[in-house]
Write a protein that binds this ligand. Structure first.
Ligand code: MRU
Length: 340
């Protein structure tokens, strides 16, 4: 499988996730504004992948050669990218890191080359983090495990390998994985379109279910563990992730099934005390009323479309990061893992 997003010659290339699984089409971005539009329009999505794309977006704003990037220019690039998706904290994490690098450069530096080095480091570190998360997460699972996952926290949502699907891939490699159940993930269908596509490509036994089937499967003893990604983890361990995650966590608790969150340290936001302070993105009503270009809802109905929900930390069995596995009390365990 090709990577999700990469730097090629003098521009950024990303697989167009809106077109999957029907077509493998690639989008090229040559300006920060084009990257911002790609993030906003879901060409690229998934918290860590958005962070990597944004880092490359900053590089595109710097002129080739050693022309300086003024702080007004940097502010404009930063603002255009930062406003695209409010919930995924990896976006602002990557932009903050790029800004620190830009501001620390000596006067005669080749700004674009230096910023490209930083963006490539973010990309490389993300793949390494996913592999480590995979190993640590797989170690928590029993032999013959049947895992339920939600949305797409896979290679497509990261620079490669995935977080929740990194755990799945590592468990498969260790010979522990019996089957993955992928929720289709209404309304945008990341599970049906993206997770199913990734896992089938890897030859991992995968069964697609609708979101509303998950409780039934858990109650029937057909699921042994739930593993999901995250868009932002508050300091107290509350987890923002794709809408529907909270419901799964509650039903998992009711059925005595462990609920694991797999995410890099860049998703942990110690500056946000609890889930109540996490901004929740509301997306277009069209995602709810339309299916593949056809209207499926009655005209004139009011629609809500919050793209994420918050799972209170009391439902989370463990949070698997590349630096270790955090357990309750999360204030202390996350602080220990996420403090540089
Ligand atoms: O709206 P999306 O598709 O960007 O939402 C993605 C998710 O909710 C993922 O679970 C999360 O970003 C983790 S990706 C490793």
């Amino acid at each position: 499988m090709r990577p999700t997003v990469w730097w090629q010659d003098d521009h950024v290339v990303m697989i167009d996730q809106r077109r999957l699984p029907a077509e493998e089409v690639y989008v090229e971005c040559r300006t920060p504004q084009e990257v911002a539009e790609a993030i906003r329009s879901m060409v690229i999505r998934g918290a860590p992948a958005i962070g990597v794309a944004a880092a490359f977006g900053v590089v595109l704003g710097a002129r080739p050669g050693n022309g300086a990037l003024t702080s007004a220019e940097l502010d404009a690039i930063d603002a255009a990218l930062r406003s695209t998706r409010p919930t995924a904290v990896n976006l602002s994490w990557a932009l903050d890191r790029m800004r620190r690098r830009a501001e620390a450069l000596p006067p005669k530096a080749d700004v674009r080359a230096e910023l490209l080095g930083e963006a490539l480091a973010i990309e490389e570190e993300d793949v390494a983090s996913c592999r480590r998360i995979g190993e640590l997460g797989a170690a928590l699972l029993p032999d013959g495990v049947r895992v339920l996952t939600h949305c797409n926290a896979g290679a497509l949502a990261t620079a490669g390998y995935g977080t929740a699907l990194g755990v799945v891939r590592s468990a498969a490699q260790a010979g522990k994985l019996l089957r993955v159940y992928a929720d289709e993930t209404r309304p945008y269908l990341q599970g049906a379109r993206l997770t199913a596509w990734e896992l089938v490509q890897d030859g991992i036994p995968t069964t697609l279910i609708t979101d509303s089937m998950a409780g039934h499967m858990m109650a029937r003893g057909e699921i042994d563990a739930v593993v999901v990604g995250a868009d932002r983890i508050a300091a107290n361990g509350d987890v923002a992730n794709k809408i529907g995650t909270y419901t799964l966590a509650v039903v998992a608790r009711e059925n005595g099934i462990p609920f694991y969150v797999a995410a890099p340290v860049s998703t942990v936001d110690l500056a946000t005390p609890t889930g109540a302070e996490i901004p929740i993105e509301e997306r277009s009503p069209d995602e709810v009323t339309m299916h593949a270009g056809t209207r499926v809802a009655a005209r004139g109905v009011d629609v809500r479309n919050p793209a994420f929900d918050v799972t209170p930390h009391r439902y989370v069995t463990a949070i698997v990061c590349e630096r270790g596995v955090a357990r309750a009390p999360y204030d202390a365990s996350l602080r220990a893992l996420a403090t540089p």
